[in-house]
Each structure stands twice: as structure tokens, then as C-alpha cells.
Design a protein around this ligand. Sequence first.
Ligand SMILES: NC(=O)c1ccc[n+]([C@@H]2O[C@H](COP(=O)([O-])OP(=O)(O)OC[C@H]3O[C@@H](n4cnc5c(N)ncnc54)[C@H](O)[C@@H]3O)[C@@H](O)[C@H]2O)c1
Length: 325
Amino acid sequence: MPPGHRALVTAPFRGEGLDTLQQLADVVLDPWIDQTPLRIYDGPRLAERAQKEGADIIVVESDFVSGPVFDLPLVAIGSCRGDPNNVDVAGATKAGIPVLRAPGRNADGVAELAIALLFTATRGVLPADQDVRSDLVFRDDTIPYRRYRAWQLAGRTAGLVGLGAVGRALRWRLEGLGMQVLAYDPYANDAGEPLDRVLDESDVISLHAAVTPETHGMIGAAQFDAMKDGVVFLNTARAQLHDMDALVACLRSGKVSAAGLDHFVGERLDPEHPLTSMPNVVLTPHIGGATFDTEANHSRLIADDLCRLVEGERPLHIVNPEVLK
Ligand SMILES: NC(=O)c1ccc[n+]([C@@H]2O[C@H](COP(=O)([O-])OP(=O)(O)OC[C@H]3O[C@@H](n4cnc5c(N)ncnc54)[C@H](O)[C@@H]3O)[C@@H](O)[C@H]2O)c1
């Protein structure tokens, strides 16, 4: 890259990737997530900021890249996401600007949260913790052992619906726990199980599919009904994949014995929602990918691809390769 390049980075950016980027360009690092209140630029405000900074590289995570941004003389736009849906890719392509993305950046983080939800839900960790804090260990004339007896995971079967970056990162972790893993993903070569079999034979069902017209609502009343009695249900992918009313009904009937959810429609839950009073349910607010490693991973992926781009190589994760000369 010729000297004098400047990168405006509004994503959190750290580790090796930041070092690499600093060797390529002067870096103005101003992560959106560090602002209080949160700041998310729209196209015009991002263009104004980039122009003010004299930036010819823009790296974003949540800011919207559109309209006047494409009038700037940009070398590249990096979107620190697997799915760069905050970038008007058609607009960038028309302007001849390469768009880079960061697939799989948070796969390990989400897989680890899925494991955390699984144990927390199946072993009653939250109510048991509450018993200790409230000095109610020997409540109801019982001992905790009796109230919290559960089935172990080793020796049981987990079914993954969707075997992309997160599904794969979870599969080996579950196998490491001694579980047999079945996977359904019509677009993955090594996930050949039919959905019916996965639903029928799994003690734990965990969703990891992308939301598409085909997967929207794919786990409804009929699919819950096809699951084993007492199945454990996890969704660390997106709320749109399952029917919430059907899940609540199955938790009430005992068809689903426990659940762990990292997503809700609108990313929040009404405090009066039935799930909030169920002790066998663990609820987290879309924190699957919330690790420092996610940030280090996307920094490395984007910075390494910027290096490839300026050295005349094809970036590994370019969204619009047609702009390469
Ligand atoms: N909780 C979080 O913080 C968090 C973070 C990252 C990703 N996610 C979500 O996790 C899910 C997986 O993310 P990823 O990074 O592994 O994405 P990915 O693109 O690597 O994998 C998605 C998988 O879904 C599969 N798929 C598509 N249609 C399907 C269908 N009809 N049935 C079954 N599988 C189907 C695809 O073939 C692909 O393998 C996505 O929904 C994503 O939005 C959540």
C-alpha cells in the first residue's frame, strides 16, 4: 500500500490484527461499542467522519455503509461480521470498492455459550445457586441432591440443526463430553442425517442454522412433537428459527425438560413472559459471540485480507470479487 493511507476503524479491534493494520496504515481507532450512549453511524454520518479523518480504508462492525460513503476514494471496506448485512454491497460493487468480511469470528464463543447454557439448564445451576444465596438449601423438607438430580450428558445424543462455523465448533465440544452427535444441514457435506432422525433420536437439540426463508420457523409444534420426551432445547442462533408459543407449551407439559436461549424476537423478553418464571430455563441476551477473542479474530481476518488486497492477492473473504482487476 502506498504511504499515507489511513484507516478509520469503528469496530472494536485488537491483538495481532491491530498490529498488522498499523503496519499498513495510520489507524484512527474509535469503536462504536465504547461510546455511551452507543453510537451507530448511518451512511451520511460515516462518510462525513471518514472524510474528516482522511480515511481511505473503513472498518466497521455495526455502522451502516451506504450512499455517500461510496463517493469517497476508498481502497476497501471491512465489515467485522460473518454476514456483512450492514454494508450496501451492491453500492460498493458499483463504486468498485472491495468489501471484506470475517466469517466464523465468533464460532468458538457461541459454542462455549451453548455448552454453558446446556449445563446450566440441565443441572439446575441457577436455582441451586439461589438456594445457597437465600439459605434455603434444606427447603421443603428435602435435601438438594433430591431436588437437583439430573441425567448426565456423557453417553447421550445431541442433535445439531445447522452445521456451519458454530455447529462445527460445538460438535467437537459435545463429542469431548462423551456425547454422540447427529447433524442436519442440507448444505453441509458432512451433516447427512435427515431432520426427522435428528429430532427423533436426540436428547439435546441445538439450533445453529442461518435464518433464511427456508429456516424461518423451522422448529414449530410438529417438530417439537417429534422430539424425545424430556428433550433439552438450545437456541444460540436466532429467535426466528423456533416457534416460541410451541416451546412454552412443551416446557409446561414436560415434553421439553429444559431450555437455554440466547435470542428473543427484538432481542428482549417481556418480564411477564412465561419463560421468566421457569426455573429450568436459562436466558441470555445475545451474548454468544461476546468475547474478546471474537474481536481478535475479526481483526486478524480483516487485517490479513487487507494485506492480501494491497499485495495484489485475492483476499480470502471478499464479498464482491468482481471488483478485483
Ligand atoms: N448468539 C450469538 O451471539 C451468535 C453469534 C454468531 C452467530 N449466531 C447465529 O448462529 C447461527 C450460525 O452461525 P454461523 O456463524 O455458524 O453461520 P454459518 O453461515 O457458518 O452456518 C449457518 C449454517 O446454516 C445452514 N443452513 C442453511 N439452511 C439450512 C436449513 N434449511 N437447515 C439446516 N441448516 C441450514 C447452512 O448450510 C450453514 O452451514 C446463525 O443463525 C447466526 O446468526 C449467533
